[in-house]
Ligand binder design. Sequence first.
Ligand code: SAH
Ligand code: SF4
Ligand code: F3S
Length: 493
Amino acid sequence: MNSIGSQVHTDQSPQAEAAPHRLYIETVGCQMNVLDSEMVVAALRQRGYDLARSVEQADTILFNTCSVREHAEEKVYANLAKLKKTKMAHPEKIIGVMGCMAQKDQRLVFQRAPYVDLVVGPGQLHRIPDLLDSIRHGAGKQMAVSLGRRDGSQEAIRRSHETFDPLRDPTMRPTPYQAYLRIQIGCDKFCTYCVVPMTRGPEQGRPPREILEEARELARQGCKEITFLGQTVNSYRYREGDRVTRLADLLEMVHEVDGIERLKFVTSYPKDMTRRLLETVRDLPKCSTYLHVPAQSGSDAVLRRMKRGYTVADYYQMMDLIRDVLPEAAVSSDFIVGFCGETEDDFQQTVELVKRCRFKNSFIFKYSVRPGTKAAELMPDDVPDEVKTRRNNELLELQNAISLEENLKFLGRRVEVLVEGPSKMSIKRGETGPVRQMTGRTKCDRIVVWEGNERQAGQLLPILIHDASSHTLFGAVETVETQSVPEVISLRH
Ligand code: SAH
Ligand code: SF4
Ligand code: F3S
């Protein structure tokens, strides 16, 4: 039994019993991980944990990790290495690794970082509170991971990847007005470069009833904007007897929840974009006119090797459908440059696609080999790193120029902004004292900054745009005088 465990058991004073544990949690990776961390904190709060601001103040340290690129993993191992001294000085502190890297590396985490006490995959997060208790009571190192994709029956594998959505904790969210809501876990697409189907397991939709109940709970907590999460969120389907629920149905259901003002969903899979979904977004006023639909590449040869399941022509057809149904929608994308065998000509076709699609923004990544994937097994990583870097920079520069051109179209327009809170560069000196720089997003997910006050947080405000950069629109809250500006503005944004 370790010292903390014996202290708790031998000291009978009520204060010592009630002393809360202090949790420090660090999160990297996608929105799924941000949501998982919120859930774990909520569960541990129920067990009497408080949040600590630093490793020094904490007795429990958790890293929520990502495996999507090697760089993300190396950073976690580097951060873990920094804890070695802390653990030697304070062996009672518990160090845990959760998330996708925990699932992928499993016991390897203990080998690479021997002072880690706990390894928990994303499908086993519900076990964290009990496992922490066991470690505290002397059980030694603990690991809880899900089955691999070939390590059992379909049913057993599915069951070992459990979605973890207990009580929501508004204090853990970046703002109390916005929340993620998981509608689907896992992924069955098996793109050849990607580790996610292994770390997150089979695609499984959550029951509509649970999603609706959670949306109502979020509204009760004062949340105004819900973002549905799924790796291929528009592939969502849930069957109960003869009834099949799709993403469009979920949007219709949650649209009815009082207090919710905005609805978004990420990430969409190009092949599964349907006219019905787009028409639902068009017809429901609370839906954001924003779609994140990663193209990954503009070359058919590369898309085939990636096993993305669509051609460039299919992608263009999908873009035409979006423009037809939702002419003002903002679309964003992800790209991988330097994937196995990508030639200069392949890359130029990606440049062409970016020029044609005019995305609001794109996330661009250099290909990173992921052990366990088809690409790692079968295709050599043959594009040199400096070529990857050059292609990355070239594509980013092009995308930034397009983003700026698209943002400049907003000059003089009024947009409706959901106010998130003070911006990072928050306080400016005004003539009558300090003024706050506030930030929020338009209906099409563009970031807006203006001078305002913190009481605006959580409101939907009309903002008149007077300047733009490639990533931000700058404006002012409309006053009575500015409201006489002509109605160029009634476009849906
Ligand atoms: N489910 C989403 C995104 C998952 S990961 C989708 O299918 O679009 C987020 C992004 O990381 C991907 O869109 C892809 O662009 C990038 N990515 C995934 N695996 C990668 C790898 N091995 N190397 C570099 N980038 C990768
Ligand atoms: Fe990965 Fe492809 Fe699934 Fe996205 S769709 S999570 S890129 S396998
Ligand atoms: Fe990373 Fe896992 Fe998300 S690998 S991108 S944290 S699903």
